[in-house]
Design a protein around this ligand. Structure first.
Ligand code: N01
Length: 553
């Protein structure tokens, strides 16, 4: 749409606003995943007129869309939960150490019903434009079906991993079998029984899907472009005793989560959390062995210099490669699984439930697409290198346009006709990952420049929701109509986020954290890496000092 017709439409809306003909809210929340649900609940508890828009026909966000076989969380369920209501924790029984997607989706539904949120969510409502009307200090939101509402505040709860990245493979239209992206998995049952199955991609989604499908598929080919590091989850059922200990210590544990580096409780006491380079080889090995046996994401936190010191990092990576070689019997397959091209921890480490073990099954094959790239699809399958493979089902697990994809897709235009897409053409820039200069009264939950995907998302988004709610409350009490990030504060924040990784190993990886997985996306690190606690302290200071770095009118 041209700038002139944009302005005409806005003027028309302004006139309608005067006439009071459009529904008007205090707060419009975009997205009804876990962060959107909490934002909606919080706003309603404050007595605000709030509404949420959700593309899907149910709540759950990422857990609504990513319903592929094997999907489960990589943060322990007890902590991958809300902390704002002890009674909610008392009434909900997680069944496994790492919950599977159906249970997590059920938790989202339970929360939605428990707090009576469903009537305030508009389902099947994808937001296509979000425009600021300067004259009225109000946002105009429009859905793809033409519904229009106005809101004083907009909260983008669109999630950092919600826009699937699906490459177009030459000839894929010809393929007569079934093809599904993990991030857009269908709602009907997909059978793999005895079928010839391919998985393209070996990040967290590909690893989980391949593991789940391997025992039932007739044959499974995993097409691996880049090898990823994966650590065992050692998933197990939770016992009554686990849940009782958690509930009895709920406040203390959740306070520790808030004070932690990753939103996951971790011993960062300098006496025990030490640099690997200061330890003996034996001590390093003992520490790694103990972390491996504990499993999960905390493996990378064995030492405080994992992503700072190349030698420490190499030793950790070698430890993982040696474990893979012990598990996988075929040496050539093990070599391919060990051919990582980046330091461990500089792409999100995967957490698995028997992934490497699947390669000992006779029906499972690994194809190294660095040697034999996927060239094209055929009627019956695909050609990799010179070889044609026939498949009944192809699972595409090629990731997401992370952190910025959903925000840009919402078509956000701020004051003076500024388009977010133009503002971010050289890379995303925010203040605190929460707000942007030129976009008054619009907040981004776990936006680029916040710890977000570097942490347990529940800890991250609870912090943001509570900060946003406090800010709106503050504005109401003081009769402020507008809050907007100061340009200078935003520039400083964005360069600070970049500086944090300058002396680290992160720039060595072509990760989605840095935007490298999407062709043409500006390469800029998209998360704050100094930890959840430091970040929370900064946000609190900003608030306690009357919203420093923001302009309030
Ligand atoms: O995506 P990815 P994901 N041709 O980008 C390959 C979260 N998550 O959906 O490594 C062939 O990590 C690509 O190859 P390479 C979690 O934060 C969490 O798996 O770029 N291959 C890679 O192997 C995670 O980090 C859970 O060389 C292509 C894979 O596809 C994030 O989501 C579960 C290709 C993409 O890996 C993303 O994970 C699942 C192409 N054209 C996801 N393009 C939990 O456990 C890409 N690839 C909670």
């Amino acid at each position: 749409m041209s700038r002139t017709s944009d302005l005409n439409r806005k003027n028309e809306t302004a006139a309608k606003t005067d006439a009071g003909s459009l529904e008007t809210f205090d707060v419009a929340v975009v997205g009804a995943g876990f962060s959107g649900l909490y934002m909606l609940h919080k706003a309603r508890r404050m007595g605000l007129a709030a509404v949420a828009f959700e593309t899907g026909d149910d709540v759950g966000g990422t857990w609504y869309w990513n319903r592929y076989p094997g999907a489960r969380c990589d943060v322990e369920s007890l902590f991958y939960s809300y902390s704002f209501d002890r009674k909610l924790a008392e009434d909900w029984d997680w069944t496994e150490r790492y919950a599977a997607q159906p249970e997590i989706l059920e938790y989202a539904r339970h929360v939605c019903e428990r707090y009576g949120l469903r009537p305030f969510i508009r389902f099947n409502s994808k937001i296509s434009s979000v425009d600021f009307i300067d004259t009225d200090d109000v946002w105009r939101l429009e859905t793809t079906s033409g519904e229009v509402v106005l809101a004083q505040f907009v909260v983008m709860a669109t999630g950092p991993l919600s826009v699937p990245k699906k490459p177009h493979f030459k000839g894929e239209e010809r393929f007569r079998g079934e093809m599904y992206h993990t991030g857009l998995w269908p709602h009907h049952d997909v059978s793999f029984d005895g079928k010839r199955v391919a998985v393209i991609g070996s990040g967290a989604s590909g690893i989980q899907a391949a593991t789940a499908v391997s025992p039932v598929a007739g044959s499974l080919h995993v097409f691996q472009r880049g090898a990823h590091y994966s650590i065992p989850a050692w998933n197990r059922p939770l016992t009554d005793a686990d849940r009782t200990v958690f509930r009895e210590n709920f406040e203390d544990l959740m306070a520790k989560r808030r004070q932690s580096f990753m939103g996951i409780i971790l011993d960062t006491n300098p006496a025990t959390f030490r640099k690997g380079c200061n330890l003996s080889t034996e001590d390093r090995h003992a520490q790694l062995e103990s972390r491996w046996n504990h499993g999960g994401l905390l493996f990378n936190m064995a030492f405080s210099d994992t992503t700072l010191n190349a030698e420490t990092n190499f030793e950790i990576a070698e430890f993982v490669r040696n474990k893979i070689r012990l598990i996988v019997r075929d040496p050539e397959t093990a070599d391919t699984l060990c051919s990582m091209h980046f330091p461990i921890g500089t792409k999100r480490t995967c957490v698995d439930t028997g992934y490497y073990e699947i390669y000992n099954r006779p029906n499972v094959h690994l194809v190294d697409t660095r040697k034999t790239p996927v060239r094209e699809f055929t009627d019956d399958g695909l050609v990799a290198g010179d070889r044609e493979h026939a498949f009944d089902v192809v699972i595409v697990a090629t990731g997401f346009d992370a952190m910025t994809g959903a925000l840009l897709a919402a078509g956000i235009t701020g004051r003076d006709g500024r388009k977010l897409a133009d503002e971010w053409k050289d890379g995303a820039s925010t203040y605190l990952g929460l707000a942007m200069s030129g976009f008054p009264n619009l907040f981004t939950i776990t936006g680029p420049g916040s710890p977000s995907v570097f942490t347990n998302m529940f800890a991250s988004f609870e912090l943001h929701v509570e900060w946003i709610a406090d800010c709106i409350g503050y504005m109401r009490r003081r009769n402020h109509r507008r809050i907007e990030a100061d340009r200078h504060a935003q520039d400083n924040w964005t360069s600070g986020v970049t500086e944090l990784i300058e002396d680290t190993l992160y720039p060595q990886a072509d990760s989605w954290w840095i935007g490298a997985n999407v062709a043409g996306k500006p390469r800029r690190f998209l998360a704050f890496t100094a930890g959840h606690k430091d970040y929370s302290d900064i946000c609190r200071n900003v608030m306690d000092n009357g919203y420093t770095g923001f302009n309030l009118n």
